[in-house]
Every structure is written in structure tokens, then in C-alpha cells.
Design a binder for this molecule. Structure first.
Ligand code: 5MM
Length: 340
């Protein structure tokens, strides 16, 4: 394990006003998004879509790292250049999703646990040789009647910590993503309580596994009311609840925090990140940025629709969204800039 390399990679991912692009949709998720947009669900269309993303002009101005799915690691542009090489030429560090998806938890089937530890050391060393320098593992925490159970939080955070330790042994920076889902009618207070319990237990488990926090990134949800909750909170309330939750649970040594968007509208996710920076500018012990999938990609996907003639316009939209997130990280975003 090379601590210096891990810390350098983590610092590079958190550089300046940049953030991460999660383009690691697994086959079912990518196919679902394609089906909704009327795009054929084939490997060739997934290649075309990922080509659109990685060849977006000037993307490296906004994005420090891109999280890829296994299939994408081996794919090439029409000009026969590996996507990972296109990214590296653009100054974007390639990363890789290494979890193998979720399954129902035994004895509490409405909750999920994440698979993927089997054979992980071998997969990590293979990925290192193929370029990725960071990895991501997503655990899902479900708020519902009687959930999450403590057993579910413990099982998920134990697995996240074991994954993180294995990544560091392979000189790959782990991103740990314990996502408390927005599905449901729970209040912002419930989300905060569950997110706090989850992140506290996560750092407890990371300590047990001896994970170096300066070579680790956290990818949390924002603290926000459930989608079906009748009371939806103001931007300031979400920003305050989120940062207060993180300040109470995330050790200052952690190399960075990069949010998922979780199904928020793109401008909401951007606005929340902006509000956090404006309000807490000098009080954040870690860099705070974005690691969005839908909040960056969805508008571009809807423009593309699988058609070659729409690629340029879709790329402009992708760049536009990422640049709004850069402004948010600088505390310089305004909804008035949403001119698209
Ligand atoms: C790209 O979406 C990832 C989930 O992939 P699968 O469910 O297909 O495995 C997900 O981990 C993503 O990286 C994060 O949740 C952030 O995505 P959003 O859309 O919430 O910003």
C-alpha cells in the first residue's frame, strides 16, 4: 500500500472547483434510462452514449474523475481510442464501480445489502493495470416502516469498510457511498437521523478495518425529505441539515466529500451544493463537491435520444450542467444562470 499515492489521487479528485461524474450505471440501470428516453438498449448504444460523454469538449475543466462501469473500461471511440485514454488525455482520472449490485437482506427483505467482495482483490489489481485509480461501492439504506434496522446499517457499513481496506491495499482510492434513499414520505429530520447513524457506524467500521482516511472519499446523500413527504424544505434548510449532519459524523482527516444527487432535479442538487458553500465557507474541514450521475447526465440524455445529429447539443448540455456545479462549489451559482 502506497499511502502517498492514495493521498495524491484523493487530493487530485478534490481539486479546485471540480467534481466527479458518476457514469457507472450498471446494465439494468442504463437500459432503464435508455428505455425511458426511447433509445435502443444495446451494447453499441451504450458505447455511443459513453463516447458522447467522454469526448465532450473541455469536460476536464469541470470534472476531475469519472466513475465507469466494467463494460466501459474496454470500450473505444469510433477512432479506436480506449475511453480511459480519452479521459486521461482530458485530465480526468478514470475510476471504476466495483460493487456487484444489491440483493434483498435475509430476514429483512425490504432492505438491501450489496454484493461484490468475492474475488475483489483480483479485480482491483486488474483494474489498476487498466488505468482506474479510484473505485466506488454503493450501499443502499431504505427508510420505511421499521427500517432501516441496525443490522442492515451494520452489514452495509461493514462491507463498505472491508471494500475500502482492499482498495487501499491495491493503491486504489475508495469512495464509500452509503446512500439513504429519497423514496418514501419521511421528513428531513428522519433522513438526518438515519444518515447520521449510518455515517457514524461507517466510520466506526472504517476504523476497525484500519482504513487511512486521507486516502478515502465519502459519497453521501444530501439530507432531504422523502419524495412523497408533504413538507418539502427550503434550499437553506436542506443545506443546513446536510452540513450539520456531516460535521457531526465525518472526521476532519477525510480527503473529501462528494454528494450523490439521488433523484433531485439537477438545479436543486446544484442549488443545495451552492447554499452549503455560501453558508459554511470557512467551517468545512474537508473539500465538499459533487459526484452526480442523473443531475449531470439526464438533461443531456434527453437531448441525445440515441441520434447522432443530437450529439453536439447533448455535449453542450452536459458541459453546461457540470459547469453549474463548478459555480456551486465556488458559491457563485444562481438560478438566474439556468438559461438553457
Ligand atoms: C450511476 O448510478 C449509480 C448506480 O448504479 P447502479 O444502480 O446501476 O449500480 C449510483 O451509484 C450513482 O453513482 C450514485 O448513486 C449517484 O447517482 P445520482 O443519480 O444519485 O447522482
Amino acid at each position: 500500500m502506497n499511502i502517498e499515492e492514495l493521498q495524491q489521487t484523493a487530493a487530485a479528485l478534490m481539486e479546485g472547483d471540480k467534481g466527479l461524474l458518476a457514469m457507472d450505471e450498471s446494465l439494468p440501470t442504463c437500459n432503464k434510462r435508455f428505455a425511458e428516453a426511447g433509445i435502443p438498449q444495446t451494447e453499441e448504444y451504450r458505447r455511443k452514449y459513453r463516447q458522447l460523454i467522454v469526448t465532450t469538449p473541455n469536460l476536464g475543466e469541470c470534472i476531475s474523475g469519472a466513475i465507469l462501469f466494467d463494460e466501459t473500461i474496454y470500450q473505444k471511440t469510433d477512432d479506436d481510442v480506449l475511453f480511459v485514454d480519452v479521459l486521461k488525455q482530458a485530465g480526468i482520472i478514470p475510476g471504476i464501480k466495483v460493487d456487484e449490485g444489491t440483493v434483498a437482506m435475509p430476514r429483512s427483505p425490504s432492505e438491501k445489502i450489496t454484493n461484490g467482495l468475492d474475488g475483489l482483490p483480483e479485480r482491483l489489481s486488474k483494474y489498476y493495470s487498466l488505468s482506474p485509480r479510484f473505485a466506488k461501492w454503493r450501499a443502499v439504506i431504505t427508510i420505511g416502516k421499521g427500517t432501516p434496522t441496525h443490522e442492515n446499517i451494520k452489514a452495509n457499513t461493514q462491507t463498505l469498510a472491508k471494500y475500502a481496506a482492499l482498495c487501499q491495499q491495491a493503491n486504489i482510492v475508495p469512495i464509500v457511498e452509503p446512500e439513504v434513499l429519497m423514496d418514501g414520505d419521511h421528513t428531513i429530520e428522519t433522513c438526518r437521523h438515519v444518515t447520521e447513524e449510518t455515517i457514524k457506524e461507517l466510520f466506526n467500521q472504517l476504523k476497525i478495518q484500519g482504513v487511512n482516511l486521507q486516502g478515502l472519499l465519502l459519497k453521501p446523500n444530501m439530507v432531504i425529505a422523502g419524495t412523497d413527504c408533504p413538507v418539502q424544505n427550503s434550499t437553506d434548510e436542506v443545506a443546513t441539515a446536510t452540513v450539520e449532519c456531516l460535521l457531526a459524523t465525518v472526521p476532519p482527516e477525510v480527503a473529501g466529500v462528494a454528494f450523490l444527487s439521488g433523484g433531485q432535479e439537477p438545479w436543486e442538487a446544484t442549488g443545495h451544493l451552492h447554499a452549503m458553500h455560501v453558508k459554511y465557507e470557512d467551517k468545512l474541514p474537508w473539500p465538499l463537491t459533487f459526484s452526480f450521475a442523473r443531475a449531470i447526465q439526464q438533461p443531456a440524455l434527453e437531448i441525445w435520444k440515441g441520434r447522432d445529429e443530437n450529439v453536439e447539443k447533448a455535449q453542450q448540455m452536459l458541459y453546461f450542467r457540470a459547469s453549474m456545479d463548478n459555480l456551486a462549489r465556488r458559491g457563485e451559482y444562481s438560478v438566474d444562470l439556468e438559461t438553457w
